[in-house]
Design a protein around this ligand. Sequence first.
Ligand SMILES: [Zn+2]
Ligand SMILES: [Zn+2]
Length: 367
Amino acid sequence: MPDDYYQVLGVSRDCSQTEIKQAYRRLARRYHPDVCREDGAEDRFKAISNAYATLSDAQKRQRYDMYGENGSNGAAGRPADIFDIFNQVFGGMGGPFGAQAQNRGADLQYEVTLDLQGVVDGFEAELSVQRQTECEQCGGSGAAPGSSPITCVMCAGRGVVAQERATLLGVMTTTSTCPRCHGRGVVIADPCPGCSGRGVTRTSEEVLVTIPPGIEDGQRIRMAGHGDVPAGGGIPGDLLIRVRVQRHPDFVRRERDLLMNLDISFVQAALGDTVTVPTLGGEKEITIQPGAQSGDLVELDGLGLPPLHGGRRGRQIVNLRVVTPTDLDDDQRALLMQFGLQRGEDVRPPEHRGLFDRLRRVLGGEA
Ligand SMILES: [Zn+2]
Ligand SMILES: [Zn+2]
């Protein structure tokens, strides 16, 4: 890491030891690999730790000022130590992330819509996400270029203030977020023009969202760390994507199966037929068996949907519905009456009595 140690910590060369510790505390909390998911966070954490290891030691700092990195005999390349440093600095503060727990960026909610074909194949969507990120002009410090944040005098940079209260049990100490610096430990005298001193700006970011096959309507995909970066550093929120599966005009989804209704005539039902039905893979022929009834199911294996974590696709289930004709003309009525009489049915339709009486006489039902 060739960067200047002072630059790594974002402090001036004549800063105090307190400021160095402050800068380390702020940056280390932010880039600790346990909490930071940004690319290069671990390298940055190492660089911060190495810079701090040298500059926090008065003798090493002096050698570094005179001879540079080699002269300082610094902690470079000893990754095991960086967590020791971290624990030393944060030890006794109630845990490194204790005060930081509330400083987590907001989650962002977005929605992606796909159709059933997308459920079969999986789906990729490019989302334009409005996201709060570290200000590029000031690197998140909130201070105008050329200036730096000043340690908060109210909390001495701790971000929290202790209050003592006399109670029956003795003096109780409670801590709360510092009202002057709002927990940041520093105050900005000369605010960065890019972010008005907040240290963060809202920008548009293209995010590629991959939706796995088998996803269901209403399910959420969580992209950890892709939400807002909080002002003052901390844990970024998550990006939550709610998946919407469009209704299909023909199919209703039941887990892995796709259900559809198919209307057939009573002639098709009685005699059987071969018909085409829509499927997600194009039209397919199905056979209606002679004597089919309403509610009979024809199943097409492997034409349903895949399960979410891989596996065989479900079925397409065709529910047959026998439709009674309502638009018969006189010839068709006569044929049906003839059919009924031939099967020995004594049908007495309420309408068209003249026609049926004639038929009965002709066909010998009644003399
Ligand atoms: Zn800024
Ligand atoms: Zn403060």
